[in-house]
Design a protein around this ligand. Structure first.
Ligand code: ZN
Length: 133
């Protein structure tokens, strides 16, 4: 499966940035506030993929609710071809919640994998669009 980026929800970018700088041996290539998602993001380039750290700027935001409910951790994986990725994953024995992409927030195409076949990690796949997010 081709991966564009992994989105990781964090409580605080101020706290997480130095940790990921050490882990990845580089600094964030991009930081921005996404006002309509009420989130601050920082992006690290890792080989051909990226890691996106997301911090809520308000508790009543998608990231704020995710962190309150599930804690910090993997929030989503973004792929260039969601339908193709779902087919490949099903063929390799991964159980999916959504067999075909459905519309998620902000008109993005999304699908969830079933935690029973992803080591208990709830993973949302999002089809990549041009630009960040
Ligand atoms: Zn993302």
């Amino acid at each position: 499966m081709k991966l564009h980026h992994v989105g990781i929800a964090v409580r605080s970018l101020e706290e997480a940035l130095p940790v990921f700088e050490k882990l990845l041996g580089s600094t964030a290539v991009h930081q921005e506030i996404v006002a309509d998602q009420k989130a601050r993001i920082a992006i690290f380039q890792v080989g051909e993929s990226r890691i996106e750290l997301l911090e809520a700027t308000a508790p009543d935001s998608p990231i704020g609710r995710f962190v309150a409910k599930r804690g910090t951790g993997i929030h989503h994986l973004t792929v260039p071809d969601l339908a193709g990725s779902l087919r490949e994953l099903e063929q390799s024995g991964i159980r999916v919640v959504d067999r075909v992409p459905r519309q998620g927030a902000e008109n993005k195409q999304i699908a969830f994998l079933h935690p029973s076949s992803t080591a208990g990690v709830l993973i949302e796949l999002i089809e990549e669009e041009s630009g960040q997010g």
